[in-house]
Design a binder for this molecule. Structure first.
Ligand code: CAO
Length: 415
């Protein structure tokens, strides 16, 4: 048994934000029926193609454990099939451009008429306001949600991050909204709308930067490196390079081999509680009792000097040796791991976080499995569906059409 066994999801999502959400629900046991345009399908099937003719990794890695139904929502019979799916399913998830679902004839009012228990879950770029009509992709959301203005170095331009906080981050927010609405429906008997705007999701993940925005009114942000460098703060939360986001100063520092290996670095946090151990490890025992270094407040204006000294030591060790030496002393450090290292990490394979999947068109490939582990709802990662692979099966088994009706629909171009 899986946590979401019996929950039927009508999955009208495409690209990344919506598919991340429905993939997660599928892993947790929901029956996810992905609706795609006949002949074309989700645009990502043919984006960033690495094996000609095969579905791309972009698509396969976001659509595991789903079934694919091709259906032309603008064809009269296609619309009728969709209506039956709305009546049968528990949740409709979509991330079309604003207004597209309404233009298909599926307004919230119509959906409620068809199925008052239906949960309608949507991702859009923005919530109500000046930009609500805009189409939005990942990096636009990172920029509009406050991530880009607070990422990067002080003397450089705003930066987007590799973590897809706009798309996958919003997909996670949406998934939580959906299971919460399912939980509420148990008591209320009614469906509801669940809405996760990407700007809001990114801003939620940048919460600490809005914290700092307000702290600016009380004076300079002493834990930011620019403070120690005597650089004045402006009126908005600045970019802070690799400074740690909390009250314990940290930086990315070079390790042995950095001259040739772009990832020979470690993150190093000078947590106050273990300062004396840090002094011993880096060969600066005299700093333990020196009033310029002994307290966190005294150290804040000297962070450049302190991290230079720590880096002189980290440069003598590999990033893994730094980890081995510091961990037993409770000094928080973390190696900068490349995607190659993560892909090859045995412990991630063992926990199902990195999974090898076989695919009929492309052969075996690696993917990221479910990052949330439930002790009573085990996840088996199954390959993504081929375009329309389950069309006939869904029409027959989920909607109860006869074989003849299925053939007629296939011939009409509705599916
Ligand atoms: N049958 C018939 N028509 C279909 C269909 C189907 N099965 N599936 C999609 N369509 C139609 C839609 O109805 C829409 O038609 P109209 O505009 O004529 O009403 C059309 O296909 C295009 O849909 P779209 O506007 O959503 O797609 P797009 O490629 O132009 O835009 C995107 C993509 C992602 C920018 C936009 O969908 C969007 O802003 N979504 C919300 C935010 C979001 O999720 N962004 C993250 C995406 S990942 O980076």
């Amino acid at each position: 048994m899986k946590a979401l066994d019996g929950v039927k999801i009508l999955d009208f999502t495409h690209v990344q934000s919506g598919p991340t959400c429905t993939q997660l629900l599928a892993w947790l046991g929901a029956d996810v029926i992905k609706v795609e345009r006949p002949g074309a399908g989700d645009a990502t099937r043919k984006q960033l193609v690495d094996k000609p003719g095969a579905d791309s990794l972009y698509f396969t890695m976001l659509n595991h454990n789903k079934r694919s139904l091709t259906l032309n929502a603008k064809h009269e019979s296609g619309r009728q099939i969709l209506e039956r799916l709305v009546k049968t399913c528990d949740v409709l998830v979509e991330n079309f451009a604003p207004g597209a679902l309404d233009r298909m004839g599926f307004t919230w009012e119509r959906i409620q008429e068809l199925n008052p228990r239906m949960i309608l879950a949507s991702v859009k770029g923005f919530g109500p306001g000046p930009y609500s009509d805009c189409k939005v992709y990942e990096n636009v959301a990172q920029c509009a949600g406050g991530a880009a203005s607070t990422t990067g170095f002080l003397d450089g331009p705003p930066l987007v991050t590799g973590a897809q906080i706009g798309d996958s981050g919003t997909g996670l927010h949406l998934a939580l909204g959906i299971v919460t609405a399912l939980f509420q429906r148990e008591k209320s008997g009614r469906g509801q709308k669940v809405f996760a705007p990407m700007q809001d999701g990114v801003l939620n993940l940048c919460r600490v930067k809005l914290r700092d925005q307000q702290r600016l009114a009380a004076g300079p942000l002493a834990e930011y490196s620019q403070h120690g460098r005597g650089i004045a703060f402006g009126d908005a939360t600045p970019r802070s390079g690799n400074d740690s986001g909390g009250g314990q100063p940290g930086r990315i520092l070079k390790c042995k081999g950095w001259e040739t290996d772009p990832n020979a670095y470690t993150y190093f946090i000078t947590q106050a509680a273990v300062w004396e151990s840090v002094c011993d490890v880096i060969g600066k025992p005299e700093w333990k009792n020196d009033p310029d270094y002994a307290t966190p407040a005294a150290r804040l204006p000297r962070l450049d000097q302190i991290f230079d000294a720590i880096e002189q030591w980290t440069c003598t060790q590999t990033k893994f040796e730094v980890m081995d030496i510091c961990n037993p002393l409770n000094i928080p450090v973390g190696p900068i791991l490349s995607m190659k290292e993560l892909a090859e990490e045995p412990s991630l394979r063992e926990t199902g976080t990195i999974v090898e999947v076989d695919h009929p068109e492309r052969g075996p490939y690696l993917t990221v499995g479910c990052p949330i582990k439930l002790s009573d709802s085990e996840v088996e990662v199954a390959r993504s569906p081929l375009l329309g692979e389950h069309t006939a099966e869904i029409l027959r088994d989920v909607l109860g059409y006869s074989d003849d009706e299925v053939v007629a629909m296939l011939e009409s171009g509705a599916v």
